[in-house]
Design a protein around this ligand. Structure first.
Ligand SMILES: [Zn+2]
Length: 109
């Protein structure tokens, strides 16, 4: 067995100190923001994720907002079309006849 040198002892002590420090903190994987691990850590991490410009959740949130906007625009077009069709055909029985005639045309082909 080889004896450990004084410098190696110092290195080991430093490494142990770093490990202990790492147990007390966590870091954002995207920007390196450091958060002390305590009872508030989960809240701080959540707040950081929403504030971190590098976190990929913002890509998903932007996609979600863009898709929501497209859905709302499509819904407006559909509602306008339905209102236009009702203007031509009226509500109720006439509307039902129109839909039935479309199905009849489709089945006849
Ligand atoms: Zn971050």
């Amino acid at each position: 067995m080889t004896a450990i040198t004084h410098d190696e002892m110092k290195e080991l002590a430093e490494a142990r100190r770093e490990v202990e420090l790492m147990k007390e903190h966590t870091w954002c994987a995207y920007c390196g923001h450091e958060i002390h691990i305590d009872d508030e850590a989960a809240t701080k991490i959540s707040e950081h994720i929403m504030a971190c410009e590098r976190h990929p959740i913002h890509i998903a949130l932007a996609d979600n907002a863009a898709l929501r906007k497209r859905c709302e625009e499509a819904e407006k077009v559909i509602k306008a079309h339905v209102l236009q069709c009702r203007g031509w055909l009226g509500d109720g029985a006439e509307w039902e006849k129109y839909v039935d005639s479309l199905y009849a045309l489709k089945e006849a082909k």
